[in-house]
Design a protein around this ligand. Structure first.
Ligand code: SF4
Ligand code: SF4
Length: 401
């Protein structure tokens, strides 16, 4: 059973985010959109497969560019699929917006500033006043009609824009919507090489080749497909399916057409894809088991405190090593939420210590850095990595997580 089928119902986005291959123009915008007939055939086949629980109408595009998005969402509800939409909500007039809310279970909206000046640094071409007006409109619609749609506004924190996050948070809270402060990847103020996006063919050193071989052996040993393959399947507006949501759509990642291929063949071709050998973004589906085991350890604080005490004598100077020795940093979780660490192929923990922590990224599923700092404001004064502080002092002091 997979979780998500992601369908791009258009082939364009109205923005030019500098952290996105679509925004950078590497995936070119066209006027092509999915037809009702094709969409219905895809959803009918998806239902008959019995393999998916959720349909997301997005991947590399802005779904509200399609004038019939509400009709498509309604069609998904015919089979009781859970429906997900992610949008920049920057368009001025979205005729289908209010009606679509009736058929959406989860709507995600991303922003990166409260003022136009800051928002448009990453959301290039975006208009924050349109976003706010649309948010006001949908919160009213939700309230007036008592709609169950869950609306989450994600504030993408790149560091340079963190000072406006509270203004956005208060605005969102006043509307009765959910606010999410997310550390993210691809700081648009940093110069990036387009090579990462342009081609997946690259010169690789013998050391990297050995790392590829080691990854391959590990996957064969464990017989677990990457979670990106076992959890979701991305599709474009023509019904072509692609390797995964972490690689852009292109000839190299195209698997074939959803309607022409058997599901088993699609999955087989994905699992055999050569790009997976060199990908450090790989994550295991049973990662949750590891996370729950950490959480249960957390519930037994005495054991953990003892463990930390023991560690204290081993490493006292180097914060990075201290965290490494705790085994509580989750590299798979971290890479999943910080794609640039995978692109740069750096050690995830080192990336977290030098880049991620500064922009509010979390080291694992259960430790929320920003919440820890908010609940323990004195930690901010020490200018210390919040996770290191928690492991080193917070546990002993019974600090709130
Ligand atoms: S809004 Fe989304 S799809 Fe559009 S350019 Fe930005 S990140 Fe890419
Ligand atoms: S290993 Fe990497 S490229 Fe392959 S499916 Fe997983 S995330 Fe995608």
């Amino acid at each position: 059973m997979l979780d998500y089928l992601y369908i791009d119902i258009v082939d364009a986005c109205n923005l030019r985010c500098q952290s996105c291959p679509r925004g950078l123009g590497i995936m070119k915008n066209t006027n092509n959109i999915i037809s009702s007939d094709l969409f219905e055939k895809i959803i009918d086949k998806t239902y008959s497969l019995g393999m998916f629980k959720r349909i997301g109408l997005y991947n590399w595009t802005e779904p509200y560019l399609h004038p019939e998005i509400d009709v498509f969402l309604q069609y998904c509800k015919k089979y009781n699929f859970e429906t997900w939409v992610s949008s920049n909500l920057s368009l001025k007039n979205i005729p289908a917006l209010k009606n679509s809310l009736k058929y959406i279970d989860y709507l995600y909206v991303s922003t990166s500033g409260f003022s136009q000046e800051v928002h448009s640094i990453n959301h290039k071409g975006g208009n924050i006043e349109n976003v706010k007006n649309n948010l006001v409109g949908i919160s009213e619609e939700k309230r007036l009609n008592n709609l169950p749609v869950n609306i989450h506004v994600r504030y993408l924190n790149f560091g340079y824009n963190s000072s406006e996050s509270e203004l956005m948070r208060d605005f969102i809270k006043n509307l009765g919507l959910n606010y999410q402060f997310d550390g993210t990847m691809g700081d648009p103020t940093e110069q990036r090489s387009l090579d990462d996006f342009v081609t997946y063919e690259m010169d690789i050193t013998e050391r990297e080749r050995e790392r590829e071989r080691e990854r391959e052996r590990e996957r064969e040993r464990e017989q677990i497909p990457c979670g990106a393959i076992s959890d979701h399947l991305p599709m474009d507006h023509e019904g072509n399916v692609f390797l995964c949501c972490h690689t852009r759509n292109c000839e190299e990642t195209k698997i074939g057409n959803f309607l022409d291929m058997s599901f088993n063949n699609i999955q087989k071709r994905r699992m055999e894809h050569y790009l997976c050998r060199r990908c450090s973004f790989y994550y295991r589906k049973n990662n949750n088991i590891a996370i729950s085991s950490f959480i249960s350890k957390m519930q037994s604080k005495n054991t953990l405190t003892q463990k930390i005490r023991n560690m204290f004598f081993i490493i006292t100077k180097n914060q990075e090593e201290f965290i490494r020795q705790s085994n509580l940093f989750d590299p798979i979780f971290y890479i999943k939420h910080n794609y640039d660490a995978a692109i740069d192929n750096t050690d995830p923990l080192h990336h977290y210590m030098t880049i991620g922590a500064k922009r509010g990224s979390n080291p694992n599923e259960w430790f929320d850095s920003n919440r820890y700092l908010a609940r323990n404001p004195d930690v901010q004064d020490y200018c210390m990595n919040p996770f290191y502080h928690y492991l080193r002092y917070g546990i002993k002091e019974n600090r709130d997580l």
